[in-house]
Design a protein around this ligand. Structure first.
Ligand SMILES: O=C(CO)[C@@H](O)[C@H](O)[C@H](O)[C@H](O)COP(=O)(O)O
Ligand SMILES: [Zn+2]
Length: 205
């Protein structure tokens, strides 16, 4: 392999490792807190809606799959819906109203007070997510943002924001995926391994 191509690989790995280490050192408590809130939402009968564009759309589906099927442990299916998957809904809204409304209208249709919306965006500025977050707030759906850079417009619309402070989209996405897997693992932990601890939070918030 050419030396310059090899250095692209090694630089990506080194930058990613540094970002991961710093990010998790600074955000471990925040990730645990968000996971606990998702667990409480589901324990109360709420569901998690998930949205994102491009690679983050793939993440939305990935996360919904872990919750609805299972993650690391055997347990009952958990309620999560990716808003990125129904091509009839997406094309009808996109065609009739515009791409900016593809998530907003689904939040208006599916979101109930006490549900949560997880919006995944590296820029924090995708217009369809901004509109979805505003619609969520109007419906009493709690908003969680998984963002990058400095959070973008999304930051002020999220009740809980997990921010990967980096400029490089792929590296942000790679950390997002790790966070998403941890949220799945921690929600399972709270719902099925630490039930006594979780019930103490049910009357809060
Ligand atoms: O996966 C990638 C880049 O790695 C792309 O598909 C990327 O997700 C798309 O450009 C998205 O539209 C970016 O949206 P966002 O993260 O700024 O909300
Ligand atoms: Zn990508």
């Amino acid at each position: 392999m050419a030396e310059d191509a090899r250095s692209i690989v090694l630089e990506h790995a080194a930058d990613g490792a540094r970002l991961r280490e710093e990010f998790f050192r600074d955000n471990a408590d925040r990730i645990v807190d968000v996971a606990r809130r998702i667990a409480v939402c589901m324990a109360r009968g709420g569901k998690l809606l998930i949205a994102g564009n491009g690679g983050s759309a793939a993440d939305a589906q990935h996360v919904a799959g872990e919750f609805v099927n299972r993650f690391l442990m055997e347990r009952p299916p958990l309620p999560a819906i990716a808003l990125t998957t129904d091509t009839s809904v997406l094309t009808a809204i996109g065609n009739d109203y515009g791409f900016d409304q593809v998530f907003e209208k689904q939040v208006q249709a599916l979101g109930l007070a006490g549900d949560m919306l997880l919006a995944i965006s590296t820029s924090g500025n995708s217009a369809n997510l901004i509109r979805a977050l505003k619609a969520a707030r109007e419906k009493g759906v709690v908003t969680i943002g998984l963002s990058g850079r400095s959070g973008g417009e999304m930051a002020s619309l999220c009740d809980h924001l997990i921010l990967v402070p980096h400029e490089h989209t792929p590296l942000i996405q790679e950390v997002h995926l790790a966070v998403e897997h941890l949220l799945c693992q921690l929600v399972d932990h709270y719902l099925f391994e630490a039930v006594v601890e979780l019930t103490s939070y049910l009357d809060e918030d």
